[in-house]
Design a protein. Structure first.
Length: 55
């Protein structure tokens, strides 16, 4: 049997850009994060209620 040759693939370097807090378009404070979390929970409660009605 012949061994199959393995081709090594070289990946192209990917540039990673990290944003600094000054460069970010909007920074969330505690109240903003809490508001977003409350909205997520409210959406989840509505979705669960709809799933219960459908079942």
């Amino acid at each position: 049997m012949k061994k199959k040759s393995v081709q090594n693939r070289t990946s192209k370097p990917i540039s990673t850009e990290q944003t600094t807090p000054e460069a970010s378009p909007q920074s969330f404070d505690y109240d903003d994060m809490l508001t977003e979390l409350e909205a997520i929970v409210a959406d989840a409660e509505q979705r669960l209620a709809q799933e219960d009605e459908a079942a």
